[in-house]
Design a protein around this ligand. Structure first.
Ligand SMILES: *[C@@H]1O[C@H](CO)[C@@H](O)[C@H](O)[C@H]1NC(C)=O
Length: 161
């Protein structure tokens, strides 16, 4: 009687594990190989970061990397970006050396001294980007930067959440 019960519980557990693995495997690209064996060496990552602007410019950009090299970007500016036609604002992501790694401008619609909510996908390895800063110098690894045709308007460091 006891053995039967243990067998049943073990079987239920195995089914549960298989089900959970299957449903999470469905989000990664399918291949012919058994997804149960492939997991662990796939490109799954989970890194989330934010940039908060709170000077003359108010806004937030959130970054989420689910798969290596593929980062989703969500953001909104509510203040400080007046007259976008005249100022030609650009929103950029720069690494610790100030090199532009992503240009978000084309996915942003400016409105009412700020922007409408925006969403885009960038080919950036967020984990790599966050890890590139020099911690001893307390230097931010990467920054989100708003520029206009007269230079940098505002800068906010990317920090992991
Ligand atoms: C960013 O994109 C905008 C719009 O396409 C473009 O005008 C601007 O020159 C780009 N800036 C950089 C630094 O790549």
């Amino acid at each position: 009687m006891m053995n039967k019960k243990i067998t049943y519980i073990a079987l239920a557990l195995i089914l549960l594990v298989v089900f959970v693995q299957e449903s999470s495997a469905r989000t990664i690209p399918q291949s012919d190989a058994n997804p149960l064996l492939k997991r662990g060496e796939d490109k799954d990552v989970c890194v989330i970061a934010k940039s908060v602007f709170h000077d003359e410019v108010t806004g937030i950009i959130t970054f989420a990397e689910k798969e290596k090299g593929c980062t989703y970007v969500f953001g909104l500016f509510s203040k400080g970006l007046d007259d976008p036609k005249k100022n030609c604002y650009n929103v950029l992501v720069e690494d610790c050396d100030g090199k532009v790694v992503a240009n978000l401008t084309d996915s942003i619609e400016f409105a009412d001294d700020g922007t409408k909510p925006f969403f885009t996908k960038i080919d950036v390895d967020l984990k790599d980007l966050l890890g590139s800063g020099d911690k001893r110098k307390r230097q931010a690894a990467a920054n989100a930067v708003v520029t206009s045709n007269s230079g940098t308007v505002s800068t906010a460091p990317l920090s992991a959440i």
